[in-house]
Design a protein around this ligand. Structure first.
Ligand code: ADP
Ligand code: MG
Length: 222
């Protein structure tokens, strides 16, 4: 994924907000990136653009060798479903579904797998995040850390090459934060590109690169 001079400008009534300005960076496969910056600095805007949830106002975004501005809405939706996995601070699990059903959700539209195969795949993903004994549990019967692991398993359902996590440990204690960072790190070691927004200094121990954002600009990378 490469951003070339990307800006995102929100136009309000009598104000323009430069949420991202002239942002250029190339993300590589097999690496874990940490994104840091004060509240309002543009971190979520960056994740939303990378995840095709929003379009740049200016500049070029290349994903999977394709220029995003040249894709139609179906191509964008396909890319979003099959190339990108999202993990959010609030998990966004369906409270009325078990862990297994939540992980199966992105697989339901997949016509090449039978229901049984979808179930087996979801089960395997939950096993990989260490939740094999919790597959029949509902979100309210799981701890925050467990919920986030379900969300990671769900993000992996369509075997995406890219994982985008926006403050995934914002609601978790230090111990669970380490578990989540470790799992995200493992995914990068398997070859995925993993991008994690985090306020926590713990991310420094996991990320291969740290990007620091201030007022929509990339100010530091190390
Ligand atoms: P962060 O995630 O680093 O806290 P954001 O990317 O959410 O920051 O926001 C960056 C700036 O853009 C903030 O000033 C925020 O208020 C503004 N912003 C974000 N989304 C919108 C929107 N949909 N409309 C208008 N302004 C927005
Ligand atoms: Mg944010």
């Amino acid at each position: 994924m490469e951003l070339k001079n990307v800006s995102k400008i929100y136009k309000l009534k009598d104000e323009e907000i430069n949420a991202l300005s002239d942002f250029s960076y190339k993300f590589e496969m097999g690496k874990m990136y940490g994104v840091k910056g004060h509240s309002g600095s543009g971190k979520s805007t960056l994740i939303n653009i990378l995840g095709l949830l929003e379009m740049p106002t200016k500049g070029t975004y290349i994903i999977d060798k394709r220029d995003v501005s040249k894709l139609n809405s179906k191509e964008l939706a396909d890319l979003r479903l099959n190339t990108i996995g999202f993990v959010f601070q609030d998990f966004y699990l369906d409270e009325n579904m078990t862990a297994l059903e939540n992980v199966m959700l992105p697989l339901l539209v997949n016509k090449s797998l039978s229901f049984k195969e979808k179930e087996e795949k979801a089960q395997k993903l939950l096993m990989e995040v260490g939740l094999n004994s919790r597959i029949k549990h509902f979100p309210k019967e799981l701890s925050g850390g467990e919920c986030q692991r379900v969300a990671i398993a769900r993000a992996l359902a369509n075997n995406p090459k890219i994982i985008l996590a926006d403050e995934p440990t914002g609601n978790l204690d230090e111990e669970n934060e380490k578990i989540i960072f470790e799992q995200l790190k493992k995914l990068s070691k398997e070859g995925k590109c993993v991008i994690v927004v985090s306020h926590s200094d713990e991310i420094n121990n996991y990320a291969d690169e740290i990007l620091k954002i201030s007022k929509g600009k990339l100010v530091d990378k190390k």
